[in-house]
Design a protein around this ligand. Structure first.
Ligand SMILES: *[C@@H]1O[C@H](CO)[C@@H](O)[C@H](O)[C@H]1NC(C)=O
Ligand SMILES: *[C@@H]1O[C@H](CO)[C@@H](O)[C@H](O)[C@H]1NC(C)=O
Ligand SMILES: *[C@@H]1O[C@H](CO)[C@@H](O)[C@H](O)[C@H]1NC(C)=O
Ligand SMILES: *[C@@H]1O[C@H](CO)[C@@H](O)[C@H](O)[C@H]1NC(C)=O
Ligand SMILES: *[C@@H]1O[C@H](CO)[C@@H](O)[C@H](O)[C@H]1NC(C)=O
Ligand SMILES: *[C@@H]1O[C@H](CO)[C@@H](O)[C@H](O)[C@H]1NC(C)=O
Ligand SMILES: *[C@@H]1O[C@H](CO)[C@@H](O)[C@H](O)[C@H]1NC(C)=O
Ligand SMILES: [Cu+2]
Length: 338
């Protein structure tokens, strides 16, 4: 009697929870839609994450912020130019957002950077794309590094038009407050670096390129268009902020260590928003569709399926691609402002 009452209570509680699943999804916004207090709270939380102890056990990870950089670095060979690229990064950004909330008392949402707002369609060398609040010292993430020369080994793609390479010297992520330990010799953390390349940023951030990606008919072609080829001979919207901001010597331009620049998460949040927008064109189909190679660039080989498992190391539990398709389901809970 007593037992069954308890069971009924538990059952009602469970039903109640199911009914409550993602009823009021937090709405992710563009950085400039946040007011100054909200922006400062986000920056505060990121700096807080970079002061909390690491949990990943990965090499040189000292802080919980480092854990994210180290986890991405660890998995770099298996999470790019694959079918799970977009969903792996969706999970990664959502877990970062959760860490900001749960570990650092952040009350807001993960913001995105709609770089298409800033891109020039007429002048590839225009620096105007960098004259936004994103790079403001007080209202954003600080600016470029000082110009440093790069030799051929450091610049294997022979990228032209570099403008920086040194430490970000202004804003909330300047040294010695904010240092990156992962990928550097033990005990010798390096600063956050940026190396703006205006032509890449202006060209790859065009809304017309975003529109091409949004027009893809199925998941496989969508994911492939998003990343395109590992070369600079054709544009791709994923490479835009990575190499437009990180260039050759900057943190965001380092394919393994890129999450060391806090802007990584605003860039990938924008890619996730584009993915979400693409899914919204046909939700019944696109909540249940994945594809693309398991091995990088292996377009004739084995493809990922809905039950394919991704892992982000010790940051969170392993999960299936299917569980990550719906941002308002029982696993993830957020939506976008536009
Ligand atoms: C991003 O910016 C582009 C260019 O202004 C605009 O066309 C697009 O609608 C914007 N997207 C969002 C979600 O605001
Ligand atoms: C920008 O650069 C790309 C690659 O060099 C070129 O194809 C494109 O036409 C350029 N756009 C403008 C507006 O100069
Ligand atoms: C292109 O942008 C650069 C840097 O912002 C500027 O110096 C140059 O005058 C611009 N060129 C044109 C044709 O507007
Ligand atoms: C290129 O520069 C890096 C960093 O300064 C240095 O370690 C490396 O030896 C240089 N390589 C060549 C080929 O000059
Ligand atoms: C960069 O330049 C070097 C030297 O000219 C050349 O060997 C190499 O193939 C070039 N790399 C690319 C990706 O074009
Ligand atoms: C993987 O998907 C691609 C694109 O849909 C297809 O061409 C290829 O045959 C698939 N691979 C296998 C092994 O089924
Ligand atoms: C998560 O996946 C990784 C890679 O497949 C595996 O090594 C690990 O054991 C899995 N973790 C759990 C808890 O299943
Ligand atoms: Cu990545």
């Amino acid at each position: 009697m007593h037992f069954s009452k308890l069971s009924l209570g538990v059952l009602l509680l469970v039903l109640d929870c199911i009914a409550d699943i993602c009823e009021n999804p937090p709405i992710r916004k563009e950085w400039r839609e946040l007011d100054l207090d909200e922006r400062h709270d986000y920056i505060r939380a990121v700096r807080c994450l970079a002061s909390r102890p690491a949990i990943s056990g990965l090499e040189n990870a000292i802080t919980h912020f480092d854990d994210f950089q180290a986890t991405h670095s660890d998995q770099t060979p298996s999470i790019h130019w694959v079918g799970h690229f977009t969903l792996w990064h969706r999970y990664f950004v959502a877990t970062y957002e959760k860490a900001l909330r749960e570990g650092c008392g952040y009350k807001g949402v993960q913001p995105y950077w709609n770089w298409s707002l800033d891109a020039s369609s007429t002048n590839n060398s225009s620096m105007k794309i960098f004259e936004t609040d994103i790079f403001s010292a007080h209202r954003g993430f600080g600016g470029n590094g000082k110009y440093l020369t790069a030799n051929a080994t450091q610049n294997p793609f022979n990228l032209t038009g570099r403008t920086g390479g040194g430490c970000v010297e202004d804003g909330p992520f300047a040294p010695p407050d904010f240092m990156l330990a992962v990928g550097n010799p033990k005990g010798q953390p390096d600063c956050l670096r940026r190396d703006w390349i205006p032509w890449i940023m202006n060209y790859f951030a065009q809304q017309s390129l975003v529109d091409d990606v949004l027009a893809q008919p199925d998941y496989t072609s969508f994911a492939r268009a998003l990343e395109n080829i590992p070369s600079f001979s054709e544009p791709n919207i994923h490479g835009g902020a990575h190499f437009g901001v990180g260039g050759v010597l900057g943190t965001l331009g380092n394919s393994a260590l890129s999450p060391g620049d806090p802007l990584f998460f605003l860039h990938h949040c924008n890619l996730d928003r584009i993915f979400w927008e693409w899914q919204n064109q046909d939700l019944p189909t696109r909540f249940h569709q994945v594809g693309g190679p398991i091995m990088p660039l292996d377009y004739g080989g084995k493809n990922v399926t809905l039950d394919f498992e991704v892992n982000i190391g010790k940051l969170a539990s392993n999960t299936t691609l299917e569980s990550l398709l719906n941002t308002q389901g029982d696993f993830l809970c957020y939506t976008y402002s536009g």
